[in-house]
Design a protein around this ligand. Structure first.
Ligand code: PLP
Length: 206
């Protein structure tokens, strides 16, 4: 398999990357254009992209593309916005964990790091009462589980969503999301008693 990062010139990511905007080709450059053509052939059209570059490294606040252009990373994922991309402590922790084991289902074989994250969340979130946490794979899954837990606990079904709120792209979270385009149009029917229609008042609670 060919990979864009297999060249001797590809830098490693991390905050040691020069924190600069530097264009050495038009965008997209030839290697990015090559990947975008492969993407067009191989990836479903619904998975769009905003910036026409093929990222090969990122660090701090910049992303470097396959042609050596360095761009300010205004589109970085939520997972990196707090400490920057490829932070050495994050990279080392991921590598150390992957060398120990890559997956057990926590509900079959629990492990310490999950418990430690829950303990940290319980300590850092507001309130001096006893707290417990559960971890999920994505924001949408977290919202879905929050709704499940609230429904089971209260015995009530309806959910209030704020005007203009975005909650994700699964069926239930689309139902809670206000914005029709691009998130919902043509994807219904949606879960009932969740207002994609901007329910505003507590009287909407079931
Ligand atoms: C407020 C909010 N809720 C839910 C989500 C969905 O998260 P995910 O894309 O991880 O499913 C996002 C993602 O941007 C979000 O910003």
């Amino acid at each position: 398999m060919t990979t864009l990062a297999d060249t001797a010139t590809t830098p490693l990511g991390g905050p040691q990357l020069p924190q600069e905007r530097r264009l050495v080709t038009a965008l997209p450059g030839p290697r990015s254009a090559e990947l975008l053509a492969r993407k067009s052939d191989a990836v479903a059209a619904g998975v769009g992209h905003t910036v026409p570059v093929a990222a090969v490294a990122a660090g701090g606040g910049v992303v470097v593309d396959a042609d050596g252009n360095s761009l300010i990373d205004l589109g970085s994922g939520i997972a990196v916005t707090t400490v920057g991309n490829a932070h050495p402590k994050v990279a080392a922790a991921v590598a150390a964990q992957a060398a120990q084991f890559t997956h057990t289902c926590f509900m079959i074989s629990p492990y310490e790091s999950y418990v430690a994250v829950a303990e940290a969340l319980n300590r850092l979130t507001p309130g001096d009462f006893a707290k417990k946490s559960a971890l999920f794979n994505s924001g949408a899954e977290a919202v879905e589980n929050a709704v499940k837990i609230a429904r089971k606990h209260t015995g009530r079904q309806a959910v209030v969503a704020f005007d203009h709120g975005y909650h994700g792209r699964t069926n239930l979270t689309m139902a809670l999301t206000a914005k029709n385009q691009p998130y919902k149009n043509g994807f219904g029917p949606f879960a009932p008693r969740c207002t994609g229609r901007r329910c505003r008042t507590p009287s909407a609670m079931g």
